[in-house]
Design a protein around this ligand. Structure first.
Ligand SMILES: [Zn+2]
Length: 356
């Protein structure tokens, strides 16, 4: 047994030690005698109970205290009891070193060794649609976080305006999805897939310019695929909402709310969606990195069983100072994504299948 990796025993007083520094996870332990600090120090590396008794004997402390101290530390969740307790099943051996920091940090928040959380990500499939600077950052960060299967959609060629972050000048002219696929091939444990129905993916990230793709979003709601909207605008970008179909507002709800506020919004949204596709506005590098990493973190959060901060919420990141603001959304009564509208007009018919 030893302290979970990342935890440091700290001296508070002759009769008290603290395991860990951050208040949220730190645990205090009262010692009967100052010499018992020797046992605490020994637990920074692997020791058995008999070995810990020996440590106390050499420190002229009561060896019978070893069991009580270890029991208290184990109860407080700061000990890694045995290597046999690890649950790395399903995590490819070649990826274990890379993913160890993720498991170790999760272990500090849970009773287990963190690997069950990582294993959930390894089993997951996430579809990233839109691979500019921001989408590329999302895909690569997801792969590095342990997402086992990624589906990529964006065959537009890399341009010099995409380079400097996840693309370099050698990639110019090549399809974005092919370049990111090759990049992900170098990340242990993750691979890009092209087979299988996208409707069975665990999550989709939609990266759009100015307005989200409502048709594709509607398809995802119909097939109950959780999805995250990322929208890049002229001087800001938004992450969210994280849509859990049937359990909160969908992206069509947002469009209906915006139309309530401005009846001209749908017409302008149609214009800007066409013009943006043609113009292919560039993406500020720092904003792309910020939004890409944040969006990937939302997906990891959701796929490991936590409610993402972007659930029912859009978080906007603004130029020029990269400040943030948030808008919370509610289901729109006319959408029908939560329940059919009162007039019986079911808004979500069988969607037209969209092409990749
Ligand atoms: Zn809706």
């Amino acid at each position: 047994m030893h302290f979970k990796r990342g935890l440091t025993p700290l001296w508070r007083s002759e009769h008290e030690t603290q395991i860990g520094f951050e208040p949220r996870i730190a645990r205090r332990l009262t010692l009967n005698d100052p010499s018992e600090h020797a046992l605490v120090a020994a637990l920074t590396i692997e020791h058995t109970l008999p070995q810990l008794r020996g440590v106390l004997i050499r420190a002229h402390a009561d060896p019978a205290r070893a069991e009580a101290i270890v029991g208290e530390l184990a109860d407080s969740g700061v000990l890694h009891i045995s290597p046999r307790a690890t649950s790395r099943t399903g995590v490819p051996p070649g990826a274990r070193e890379m993913l160890s920091p993720a498991a170790e940090s999760r272990a500090l928040l849970r009773d287990d060794d963190g690997w069950p959380t990582v294993a959930k990500l390894i089993e997951s499939t996430v579809h990233v649609v839109g691979l500019g600077r921001t989408g590329a950052r999302i895909a690569v960060t997801l792969a590095a976080s342990g997402i086992g299967h990624l589906r990529l959609t964006d065959s537009r060629p890399v341009t010099p305006r995409d380079c400097g972050t996840d693309y370099d000048t050698h990639d110019v002219g090549k399809p974005r999805d092919a370049v990111i696929k090759a990049r992900i091939r170098t990340i242990p444990g993750s691979r890009v897939i092209a087979s299988g129905p996208a409707t069975e993916d665990d999550a989709t990230v939609l990266v759009d310019t100015d307005v989200c793709d409502i048709v594709r979003a509607r398809d995802l709601v119909f097939h109950s695929v959780p999805h995250l909207s990322v929208v890049l605008s002229e001087i800001s970008g938004t992450v969210g909402p994280w849509v859990t179909p049937g359990a909160g507002p969908c992206l069509r709800c947002l469009a209906l709310h915006r139309t309530d506020e401005d009846p001209a919004w749908p017409g302008m949204a149609t214009q800007v969606s066409v013009k943006s596709a043609v113009a292919a506005r560039g993406e500020d590098p720092a904003l792309a990195g910020l939004i890409g990493s944040y969006a990937a973190a939302q997906v990891v959060c959701a796929l490991t069983g936590h409610r993402p901060p972007c659930a029912e919420t859009t978080i906007a990141f603004h130029l020029p100072d990269y400040t943030t603001s948030a808008i919370r959304w509610t289901p729109h009564p006319e959408c029908g994504c939560i329940a059919p509208p009162a007039d019986g007009d079911v808004a979500f018919d069988e969607p037209v299948t969209t092409t990749a």
